[in-house]
Design a protein around this ligand. Structure first.
Ligand code: NDP
Length: 297
């Protein structure tokens, strides 16, 4: 069997970013509004710092405002909530992103709930989760599942009706919204998790397999239905070949899977770049809604 098509998330994300930049320019020209995202980082977690920097860079590149709020790890919860209140009230801020994880002394659910739903650029607020669950077009959709769906549609086309989809992982930020999106596309969706029986068997039935478990290379080649579309959301750092060096791997054993799947996302260069591009899209959409301008499709 031929090797899988490698889904180039980096190239797709570059195209999406270019479309967002055009939308930003159009909104500035038509309404005099520059979309702005407030990026809140609490503490010095190195991975979070890397993610935040790339988000802030992307905002500037696309012509948007990046309002950076980097706070020390011992920031009191009350002070973070007060900052959210201030950003909620600021008309120049169209989206608010609180980088997770937050330090342990802060209640994440409480902080996310404090963001007004229309500025919830990550789509984590329960109101947006609810809007997504009822299929409302007004929902702000979490960036990673949204980006994953765009890649799936790029490979299979817009008609996913009747496809069997297996979402491996049921987190609120990836697995559950991914399942909702695929259900909206009329897929027959199964959600698997750590208590699922016969996981390999469940995976083998899937035409579309989305892996979001956070377990390095857990999904083996012989778990995959020949020709399936495999979206590997996982980002796992493992020891590299050289002593002291590390490398990134996904939740799928890529070298095995690429021989069986019809199409597969690499790690890195698959879903990761789509997440940031979709955050940019969500910010533009929030600014368009606030300005009463048409929201880009
Ligand atoms: P969570 O840890 O929140 O969720 C993991 C899910 O996987 C849970 O539902 C858990 O089941 C399930 N799971 C864990 N172990 C097993 C197992 N052995 N068998 C079956 N199911 C299992 O992770 P996230 O959803 O936040 O992230 C998942 C992965 O995606 C991570 O690698 C993360 O780094 C990556 N990620 C990548 C992003 C990107 O931009 N590319 C963005 C966000 C995340 P249960 O519910 O039963 O515990």
């Amino acid at each position: 069997m031929a090797e899988a098509k490698i889904i180039d998330g980096k190239a797709f994300a570059a195209g999406l970013r270019a479309r967002v930049a055009e939308g930003v320019a159009a909104l500035k020209a038509s309404h005099g509004v520059t979309p702005g995202l407030a990026v809140v980082l609490v503490g010095e977690d190195p991975a979070s710092q890397v993610y935040v920097r790339s988000k802030e860079r992307a905002l500037v590149e696309l012509g948007m405002n990046s309002f950076d709020h980097h706070k020390p790890a011992d920031l009191a919860e009350a002070d973070l909530l007060a900052l959210i209140d201030q950003l909620n009230a600021d008309p120049a801020v169209h989206g608010i992103l609180v980088q997770l994880p937050l330090p342990k002394h802060i209640d994440t659910a409480k902080v996310l709930a404090r963001i007004v739903p229309e500025k919830d650029a990550d789509g984590f607020h329960v109101v947006n989760a609810g809007l997504l669950a009822v299929g409302s077009p007004g929902a702000i959709v979490p960036c990673t599942p949204l980006g994953s769906l765009l890649l799936i549609r790029d490979v299979l086309g817009n008609d996913l009706k009747g496809k069997r989809a297996l979402v491996l992982g049921r987190s609120n930020i990836v697995g559950k919204p991914m399942a909702q999106l695929l259900l909206q596309q009329d897929c027959t969706v199964t959600v698997a998790h750590s208590r699922t029986q016969d996981l390999p068997g469940e995976c083998r039935r899937a035409d579309i397999l989305v892996a979001a478990v956070g377990r390095p290379e857990m999904v083996r080649g012989d778990w995959i239905k020949p020709g399936a579309v495999v979206i590997d959301v996982g980002i796992n750092r493992v020891p590299g070949a050289e002593a002291g060096k590390t490398r990134l791997v996904g939740d799928v054993a890529y070298e095995e899977a690429v021989k069986v799947a019809g199409a597969i996302t690499p790690v890195p260069g698959g879903v990761g770049p789509m997440t940031i591009a979709c955050l940019m899209l969500n910010t533009l959409a929030a600014a368009c809604r606030a300005a009463g301008a048409p929201v880009p499709a």
